[in-house]
Design a binder for this molecule. Structure first.
Ligand code: ADE
Length: 244
């Protein structure tokens, strides 16, 4: 997968995305990340990329011209329009299902806004989807873009050690994950649940499923309504309700 990121601050990305799993995925050629500095495409001698908003108001607005020139630079070699995302607090909420959908694309472009926003005409011209990572306002789209790239890239086959690494984790199947433990078996007087030390695979699988449902019930009740549960598991939820 190739991701081209249009930004005024390319330096923000490398320290984060060159480390750990996404860094390794890049080295292994599973994902190619390119950072395109919008300022390099400004057509004025001061490399200015923003201006005052029409109609007055706070702050500055990023101009259409340098963004469009940077975007055309990306498009010129491929001859088709890549799927283009704008990071914005006005966008649709980013979810695990969004990451799954994006992970299937061969090429995406992510536009990061800054200051008070971006001239609406460039958004109308090039953007396929606006994505928000939550109902709060960041100083720019860069941190949001990193979250989208990270969550999406780890779903690309080969990026994680095994597909099982994410098929059991929170949000993948509509439930939160069960609690995890590692050695020692007793720490600070707290013991790892005995079933996990039993070696009984069937009981362990059952424990994990129940803890997953219980965790979701305690932390994100709303998710349980949409989760696929067997009749027995629905009964288990009813018992949780009775005991809480
Ligand atoms: N840019 C500023 N705030 C944002 C948010 N919450 N999500 C995505 N992009 C943003």
């Amino acid at each position: 997968m190739k991701v081209d990121i249009l930004t005024l601050f390319p330096g923000m990305f490398e320290g984060v995305l060159n480390e750990s799993i996404i860094g390794r995925a890049q080295k292994n050629g599973l994902i190619e990340l390119n950072y395109i500095n919008i300022r390099d495409f400004a057509d004025n001698k001061h490399n200015r990329v923003d201006d005052y908003p029409y109609g007055g108001g706070q702050g500055m607005v990023m101009q259409a011209q340098p963004i469009f020139a940077a975007y055309n630079y990306i498009c010129k070699d491929i001859g088709k329009k890549p799927y283009t995302i704008y990071m914005s607090p006005q966008g649709r909420s980013f979810r695990q299902s969004t990451a799954k959908r994006l992970a299937k694309k061969e090429h995406i472009v992510i536009l990061c806004g800054h200051y008070e926003g971006v001239d609406q005409r460039i958004l109308d011209e090039i953007i396929d989807e606006e994505i928000s990572i939550g109902d709060y306002v960041l100083t720019g789209g860069e941190i949001a873009a990193m979250a989208v790239v990270d969550a999406t890239a780890r779903l690309i086959p080969g990026v994680l050690a095994s597909a099982g690494s994410f098929s059991e984790e929170s949000h993948y199947s509509g439930l939160l994950e069960y609690p995890q433990y590692t050695r020692p078996a007793v720490w600070n007087g707290r013991e790892v649940p005995s079933v996990l030390q039993s070696g009984n695979h069937k009981l362990i699988m059952q424990w994990k499923r129940e803890k997953s449902i219980e965790n979701t019930y305690k932390k994100r009740k709303g998710m349980l309504r949409r989760a696929k549960l067997s009749d027995k598991e629905r009964e288990f939820v009813k018992n949780l309700e009775k005991n809480c």
